[in-house]
Design a protein around this ligand. Structure first.
Ligand code: LLP
Length: 438
């Protein structure tokens, strides 16, 4: 993250706080969030999109809370002027308890319960993203029951799924999200939403094409398909849809092959694409919203672990592998096991003159797939008690954390200006035992 430094004696500090101090005060494993870095990324996306679309109807940025959400994060997002995207009743509860302004909340989800929808409607959530035609009808009747007019967007499946450098158009209709363009369902859904006009305000259309994306090609195809629908709705239903949400998905640098574009370049690129397409279709440029999660939360955070067992395993002949075990693992970062994600690891409590050696960083869980970093160079004298850091763990690590093997979830701390503050306390064995009521 932005404020990570090597001190003169070789120890790493973040936000002006040495990692050894965090280990002493908080313990390990701990997720260390650089608050200024998180805020700066949030602010930068918001201003870049707002500027790029300023000549037209403007843009808004929602932080995707699924990447990582707690009360402190909700307040940072609020203070930096972003909206917040939640996708369950639980995420909604965190946001509301943090005092997040409900009108700046968006509720997603492919299987929202009546109860989740009622809570959102009662709280005055700014937009509910409907994911099926059935849900449009259900939202309308719940809105009537609640005595409010529901603000609704429709999630459109554009058939584009983008990952990293590539995107594949047409091949990815076969998934659970959204309302499909291919069989005309999306048009039917718009017509249905407009029929419910008394109970439901159709705000606009939504598209999300994937995650860890590095170019604008997928956005270009998706935006075109959604704008084609906007044009058809104008032509056939005489209704102009003036709000488009293009979702999130902007990539981060987990390794040197990942080359994220600056927020300004992304914003300008997408603005240029949308302008051109609207011009071709003779449509006004809509207000455009975005929902970055990973690109805001990911790089702001590192996970601090303490090294335990170091084992040199002979593999036959000259081959061997050094396993460096840390005091967490797949319970606090399942992404390596689940997605073959490529993290890095560095010795953070000290530096060493020892030659670098390839090691595998593993956790403490009872399975061999419990790998944090598959192959990494660490100084050959890495040993029990060393502090190591795994960077870029701010997105989808804590939010995917589990209690596998009854390992309590780690603490999350915010560092800033030389201070360290717990924002999510470490789970205890008592917390876990309290659930066990049989
Ligand atoms: N908006 C919608 C509707 C989404 O479904 C998502 C992510 C986002 C925004 C935020 O995407 P981001 O900017 O963070 O890429 N667990 C996976 C990622 C799942 C993403 C799900 N949706 C991982 O760890 O890579």
């Amino acid at each position: 993250s932005g404020s990570t430094r090597r001190e003169a004696d070789g120890e790493l500090s973040v936000g002006g706080v040495r990692v050894s101090r965090i280990a002493e005060e908080i313990g390990t494993p701990a997720l260390v969030v650089d608050e200024d870095d998180f805020r700066a990324r949030a602010r930068r996306f918001r201003t870049a999109f707002a500027r790029a679309f300023a000549p037209h109807a403007g843009a808004s940025t929602y932080y995707a809370g699924k990447a990582f959400l707690c009360g402190a994060v909700a307040r940072w997002v609020e203070e930096e002027g972003l909206g917040l995207d939640v996708c369950t009743g639980g995420e909604l509860a965190v946001a509301l308890r943090a005092g997040f302004p409900p009108e700046r909340l968006a509720l997603h989800g492919n299987n929202k319960s009546d109860e989740e929808l009622r809570r959102a409607l009662r709280a005055g959530v700014g937009r509910i993203v409907a994911d099926s035609i059935e849900e449009i009808d259900r939202i309308a009747s719940l809105a009537r029951e609640t005595g409010v007019r529901a603000p609704v967007m429709l999630r459109i499946t554009t058939g584009v799924e983008a990952h990293t450098h590539e995107f594949i158009a047409t091949a990815h209709e076969d998934q659970k999200f959204g309302i499909s363009l291919t069989a005309g369902d999306a048009f039917t859904a718009v017509a249905r939403a407009l029929e419910h006009d008394a109970d439901l305000e159709l705000i606009g259309l939504h598209s999300h094409i994937g995650s860890q994306i590095f170019d604008t090609g997928g956005f270009e195809v998706a935006a075109r398909r959604v704008l084609d629908l906007v044009a058809r709705v104008r032509d056939e239903l005489g209704h102009t849809i003036d709000h488009l949400d293009l979702g999130g998905g902007f990539g981060v640098m987990y390794n040197s092959q990942h080359t994220p574009s600056p927020a300004e370049a992304l914003a300008d690129g997408i603005a240029g694409i949308v302008e051109k397409q609207c011009h071709e279709l003779d449509l006004p440029v809509p207000h455009v919203a975005f929902e970055p999660g990973r690109a805001i939360a990911g790089p702001s955070t590192q996970t601090l672990y303490t090294v335990g067992t170091v084992k040199d395993v002979h593999l036959g002949g000259p081959h061997h592998r050094v396993y460096v075990s840390v005091d967490g693992g797949m319970s606090d970062n399942v992404r390596t096991a689940l997605y073959d994600a490529d993290y890095s690891c560095l010795l953070s409590g000290r530096t060493s003159d020892a030659a670098p050696a390839v090691v595998r960083v593993v956790g403490k869980h009872c399975e061999s797939g419990d790998i944090v970093v598959k192959d990494e160079y660490l100084p050959a004298d890495v040993r029990r008690g060393d502090l190591v850091s795994v960077p870029v763990t701010g997105a989808y690590c804590y939010s995917l954390a589990s209690n596998y093997n009854h390992v309590p979830r780690p603490a999350v701390v915010a560092v800033k200006d030389g201070t360290v503050r717990t924002i999510v306390r470490r789970e205890t064995e008592d917390d876990l035992l309290a659930l066990d009521v049989g």
